[in-house]
Design a binder for this molecule. Structure first.
Ligand SMILES: Cc1cc2nc3c(=O)[nH]c(=O)nc-3n(C[C@H](O)[C@H](O)[C@H](O)COP(=O)(O)OP(=O)(O)OC[C@H]3O[C@@H](n4cnc5c(N)ncnc54)[C@H](O)[C@@H]3O)c2cc1C
Length: 340
């Protein structure tokens, strides 16, 4: 590991002062479950690491019936999954968080770090850059791209957004509060994630000397139903092939409006307008869920080795919609044929 300076901030403002205005020079450390691996593997080599865990007030969960849920950025995943308030008011969020990573990781990892974790793309993790390019050519396009993007993959970024919690929070219309030297701002989580166009950009809207301090989730409106589904290679901790979250605003037995967010398919959590439009005004059943699933991948474009993800992403969308509506979702092996 390279030599680096370690600084521990006692306040958000002090932390901001310790951070550089250039990406790469300094890094924030929270739980460290991602940052330390990146440093050990020489993928990032900051000159200074700024610990934010000693800043008071950045952890904990609170709920207000008018304002909704506030989760401090330093709240550990285990504390969100086990929070009585989250379980009561946002049970799908609690389930989703309890499925992320492993118990050991959830005991260390923070929600702020989860949203800011770097992509798992193996070109990036092997030091070949966020865009995986060499001599102007995309190593991802020419190489092993089984797990790469099928949507939003016009390039040059072809990695997939790694957080399995972000799609749920985007579906729930969450915002993040960000604090920097010029004050604080709130950004819809959907707009927080960005598709970088160059190696100098990151996968989010943060400046190098800004900190995510809170995640704010509005109260669930009456008649809202939420469901999610992850298609995984194995039933153990791992990143999924594809995930989807369906947020359905019902009007009687019909969907008034829907928000369908797909994960692990694009460099950002992918909000599918096509799937939402396919469901609007319809009842939820196997046919309408299949139609929405087909719509969700209608613009997907496979790279050389990841065509199978188009099918799996549709499966995740269909099952998330049926789960939201409380309908039986058969085991993945029971279902035969069909687009999803
Ligand atoms: C084996 C394994 C399995 C995993 N499986 C999953 C999974 O299924 N789903 C999933 O979503 N994740 C998964 N993860 C990733 C894991 O959830 C993240 O590593 C973790 O959430 C990162 O949180 P942290 O607090 O440890 O972040 P750190 O490692 O401390 O930081 C991660 C990044 O975020 C930045 N950062 C941290 N906090 C802030 C902040 N408040 N403001 C601005 N920037 C900040 C850091 O500078 C760094 O770049 C897995 C990880 C492992 C090792």
């Amino acid at each position: 590991m390279n030599r680096f300076e370690y600084a521990s901030a006692k306040s958000t403002q002090q932390a901001i002062g310790m951070l550089s205005s250039q990406w790469g020079e300094t890094e924030i450390i929270a739980g460290g479950t991602d940052l330390l691996s990146l440093m050990k593997d020489d993928v990032v080599a900051p000159k200074r690491v700024v610990n934010i865990k000693e800043i008071p007030g950045l952890e904990g969960v609170s709920f207000d019936a008018q304002k909704g849920l506030r989760i401090g950025a330093l709240t550990r995943l285990v504390d969100i999954a086990e929070s009585p308030v989250v379980k009561q008011h946002y049970p799908r969020l609690a389930d989703d968080v309890s499925d992320a990573a492993s118990p050991q990781i959830r005991n260390m990892a923070t929600i702020g770090g989860n949203l800011c974790q770097r992509p798992r793309c193996w070109y990036f993790r092997n030091g070949l850059g966020l865009l995986g390019q060499q001599d102007g050519k995309s190593l991802v396009k020419e190489g092993d791209n089984r797990y790469h993007a099928i949507l939003g993959n016009e390039g040059p970024a072809l990695f997939v957004s790694p957080s399995t919690i972000a799609p749920m929070l985007v579906a729930l219309n969450a915002k993040v509060r960000i604090v920097g030297s010029s004050g604080s701002r709130e950004v819809a989580l959907e707009n927080f994630f960005r598709i970088p166009k160059s190696e100098n950009e990151r996968e989010h809207d943060l400046k190098p000397n800004e900190i995510v301090t809170d995640i704010l989730v509005p109260p669930l409106p009456a008649g809202a139903k939420v469901g999610n589904y992850e298609v995984r290679q194995k039933n153990a901790f791992d990143w999924p092939f594809a995930t989807a979250v369906a947020f359905l605003q019902m009007n009687g037995s019909n969907v008034q409006s829907a928000r369908i967010v797909m994960g692990a398919v694009a460099p950002v959590p992918w909000v599918s307008q096509e799937a939402a439009q396919a469901l609007a005004g319809k009842p939820v059943n196997a046919q309408t869920a299949s139609a929405a699933a087909a719509a969700s991948v209608s613009k997907a474009r496979a790279l050389s080795q990841n065509g199978f993800k188009i099918k799996l992403a549709g499966v995740a969308v269909k099952r998330a919609i049926l789960t939201a509506a409380g309908q039986h979702v058969p085991d993945i092996h029971e279902e035969k044929g069909g687009a999803a």
